[in-house]
Design a protein around this ligand. Structure first.
Ligand code: FES
Length: 164
């Protein structure tokens, strides 16, 4: 159950991201107005570094055509190569959410400093949380990425996999 401590909450401002490398993969950790999400830094279309170079933007939404419109800041990311757009909360693309999605990782925020939250038995490992080389006290909560679980494939991708 690999979980990695990757950042203090104050290190990633709302609308910002931090790119970390876990198990040989680059992962973007995003702050969507106080909630944290993690996506693989690879666009499913043609492999661009989506999280590193994509543009984060807000999304307007309504339940029905004449319903109230809500606006959510920092909710989506646009790929720098061909402008496919993805929901940062789910990894799904807006034009084909069932088949075009970025791998998403679970994220939790736990209270404490890096020394407090790293588990000596390996349950929660020290990720790329960079501390200064002199006395530093970290007083905010810690962002932890869980790489252990994959979402089950759905739709045509699942059918293709079951045939393979
Ligand atoms: S590589 Fe991302 S849209 Fe083409």
């Amino acid at each position: 159950m690999p979980k990695y401590v990757v950042a203090g909450t104050s290190e990633i401002e709302p609308g910002e991201r931090k790119i970390v490398e876990l198990e040989g993969r680059k992962i973007g950790v995003f702050n969507v107005d106080g909630e944290y999400f993690a996506l693989l830094d690879q666009c499913p279309h043609a492999g661009a570094a989506l999280c590193s170079f994509g543009t984060v933007f807000g999304v307007s939404d309504a339940d029905k055509p004449d319903g109230d419109i809500s606006y959510e800041r920092n909710r989506a990311i646009r790929c720098p190569w061909h402008a496919w757009e993805y929901d940062i909360r789910t990894g799904e693309s807006f034009f084909d959410p069932r088949n075009a999605r970025v791998r998403k990782y679970d994220v939790e925020v736990v209270p404490g400093s890096p020394a407090d939250v790293v588990d000596p038995d390996g349950g929660r490992q020290k990720g790329p949380f960079v501390m200064e080389g002199y006395a530093v006290s970290v007083e905010d909560d810690m962002v932890v990425v869980d790489t252990s679980r994959r979402r089950p494939a759905r739709g045509s991708r699942a059918q293709a996999q079951s045939r393979a």
